[in-house]
Design a protein around this ligand. Structure first.
Ligand code: BES
Ligand code: MN
Ligand code: ZN
Length: 456
C-alpha cells in the first residue's frame, strides 16, 4: 500500500486540515497559514490542495478543500497524489474519518504489474475516530478487484482467474472446487460450456465455500468472461478494446468475499464464478443455436454477444438449488446500463423492497453509488422465442439492462432474496479515489448490507 496507515503519530508528522468553503472564514488557523491561503486564493474549493511552508522552508502543514461537501469525502484520494511524501496526520478528528482515510488510501492505487512506479510513500496516522480495520479490508478488496480487472487477458484467462480465486480462498481457509471443460456437460452446465468452448483455455465453474455450515447462506455469483470478442456476432474494434474487463463481476465478488471473510461475518458464504472466454473458432456457439440450460429452459441464441447472461443463468440456477437467504450477482452485463446511468452509477435489480432500501442507504453511507432500476415484468415478453422457451436477446433493443435482468430472473426461484448488479467495473478517466482503469463497484455498500443483516 503506497499510503501506509500508522497507529502512533511520528514526531515530525505534519497536520492536514480539511476545509469546507462554508467553514473556511471562521476556521481557527495559524496566522501564517491564513495569510498563505489568502495569498494563494485558497478558500476550501473542492479538491484543492495547499501545502504551507514554514519559516525554514520546510513543510508546516497542508489544507485540503472539500468545497460544499457535494463531491463527498472519498475526494481526499487526491491527497495521495498531491501531498509531499512523508508523515501526515489530521488536525483534529475529521467528521467522516473512516471514509476520508479510505479515500486517501484508494487514491494511492497504482497498477504496477507491468512496470509502472508505485505511488508516493505517504504515511498517515489513523485518526482516533476512524475504523482502521474497515479501511484495511475495503482497500484490500478494492485493490484486488482493480488488479484482476486491469490484468490483460493474456495473463488473466480462465485458468488465471481460477488461480486468483484459489489464492483468495487459501488465504481464508475456504474450500474450492472447480468444474472444467467437458465435465461441465456431465455435471449439467451446458451454457457455460457452450459460451466458453471456442477458447484455447477450457471454460470452468469455480465454487468457493466458507464459514459455518448452518449460518445464513449468502451466495455471490460473478460474471467471469475473461475476454468478450462478442463471439460470431463479433464486436466492432471500439467495443472490443476494453473487453478484458468483462470479468469485472467476478473480480468484484472476489473483492466482496475478501471483505466478508476477513471481517469474519457469520454467514455460510458461497462464491460461484463461471469463467470463460467468449472466443471465435470453428466450434463456437452460433446465432440461432438453441442451448439447453441447467434449469431445463431452452434458450435460443439471438446474439452470441449476449453471453454473460447465459453463463450466469447456469451459475444462478445452481446457486438457487439450495435456496440461499441472499443471492447476489454482479456482472458487466450490458452497454445499455451505461447509456442509462453512465459509468459511475451501476443499476441494481431486486424484487425485495426492504433489501433495495438497505442497499440504497448503505450506498449513500459509504459513497458507493448505486441506483435501483425496475424488473419491469411487461418487458419479459420481448424475450420470447418462436422455437425455444426464451431468447437471449430482444429484437427491438429497448431497455437492454432491464431485459437482461429479466432474463436472469427466469433462473432464480427459490432464493429468499436475489439482487443483480449491472456494473461497469471501470473508471473511464482518473478520479480522486482511483485512476483510469479497473474499478470496484457496489462491494463496499454490499459489505455494509451483509454485515448489517447477518454480521456480528
Ligand atoms: N460485456 C458486454 C456488455 C458491456 C459492454 C459492458 C461494454 C460494459 C461495456 C456484454 O456481453 C454484451 O456484449 N452485451 C450486449 C448485449 C446485446 C447483444 C443484447 C450489449 O450490451 O450490447
Ligand atoms: Mn458480450
Ligand atoms: Zn460480455
Amino acid at each position: 500500500m503506497p499510503v501506509e496507515l500508522l497507529e502512533q503519530r511520528p514526531e515530525n508528522s505534519r497536520p492536514l486540515r480539511l476545509v469546507t468553503s462554508a467553514g473556511f472564514a471562521e476556521m481557527a488557523l495559524p496566522a501564517e497559514t491564513r495569510a498563505w491561503a489568502e495569498a494563494n486564493g485558497f478558500s476550501g474549493e473542492a479538491g484543492r490542495v495547499l501545502v504551507v511552508a514554514n519559516a525554514q522552508g520546510g513543510i508546516a502543514e497542508a489544507l485540503f478543500g472539500l468545497g460544499n461537501g457535494q463531491e463527498g469525502v472519498l475526494a481526499a484520494g487526491t491527497l495521495a497524489r498531491s501531498l509531499p511524501e512523508g508523515d501526515w496526520h489530521f488536525a483534529g478528528e475529521p467528521d467522516e474519518a473512516t471514509l476520508t482515510v479510505l479515500g486517501l488510501v484508494l487514491g494511492g492505487y497504482v497498477f504496477t504489474r507491468y512496470g509502472k512506479k508505485p505511488g508516493k510513500a505517504i504515511r498517515l496516522t489513523l485518526p482516533k475516530n476512524a475504523d482502521g480495520d474497515l479501511v484495511g479490508r475495503a482497500a484490500e478488496a478494492v485493490f484486488l478487484a482493480r488488479d484482476l480487472i486491469n490484468t490483460p487477458t493474456n495473463d488473466m484467462g480462465p485458468q488465471a482467474l481460477e488461480d486468483a480465486a484459489r489464492k483468495l480462498a487459501q488465504a481464508h481457509k475456504a474450500s474450492v472446487s472447480v468444474i472444467v471443460g467437458e465435465a461441465l456437460l456431465e455435471q449439467g452446465f451446458p451454457m457455460i460450456h457452450a459460451v466458453g468452448r471456442a477458447s484455447s483455455e477450457a471454460p470452468r465453474l469455480i465454487d468457493i465455500g466458507w464459514g459455518r455450515k448452518d449460518a445464513p447462506k449468502v451466495t455471490l455469483v460473478g460474471k467471469g468472461v475473461c475476454f468478450d470478442t462478442g463471439g460470431l456476432d463479433i464486436k466492432p474494434s471500439s467495443g472490443m478494446l476494453l473487453m478484458k474487463k468483462d470479468m469485472g463481476g467476478a473480480a468484484n465478488v472476489l473483492g466482496l468475499a475478501s471483505m466478508l471473510m476477513s471481517a469474519g461475518v457469520d454467514v455460510r458464504l458461497r462464491v460461484l464464478i463461471p469463467a470463460v472466454e467468449n472466443a471465435i473458432s470453428a466450434n463456437a456457439f452460433r446465432p440461432g443455436d438453441v442451448l439447453q440450460s441447467r434449469k431445463g429452459l431452452t434458450v435460443e441464441i439471438g446474439n452470441t454477444d449476449a453471453e454473460g447472461r447465459l453463463i450466469l443463468a447456469d451459475a444462478l440456477a445452481l446457486a438457487d438449488e439450495e435456496a440461499p437467504d441472499l443471492l447476489i450477482d454482479m456482472a458487466t452485463l450490458t452497454g445499455a446500463a451505461r447509456v442509462a446511468l453512465g459509468p459511475d452509477l451501476p443499476p441494481f435489480y431486486t424484487g425485495d423492497d426492504a433489501l433495495a432500501d438497505e442497499i440504497a442507504r448503505a450506498s449513500a453511507g459509504v459513497e458507493d453509488p448505486l441506483w435501483r432500476m425496475p424488473l419491469w415484468k411487461p418487458y419479459e415478453a420481448k424475450l420470447s422465442s418462436k422455437i425455444a422457451d426464451i431468447n437471449n436477446v430482444t429484437t427491438d433493443g429497448f431497455a437492454g439492462s432491464i431485459t437482461a435482468a429479466l432474463f436472469l430472473q427466469r433462473f432464480v426461484e427459490k432464493a429468499r432474496s436475489w439482487v443483480h448488479f449491472d456494473i461497469f467495473g471501470w473508471n473511464p478517466s482518473d478520479r480522486p479515489h482511483g485512476p483510469t482503469g479497473g474499478e470496484a463497484q457496489a462491494i463496499r455498500a454490499l459489505e455494509r448490507v451483509i454485515s448489517g443483516r447477518f454480521g456480528k
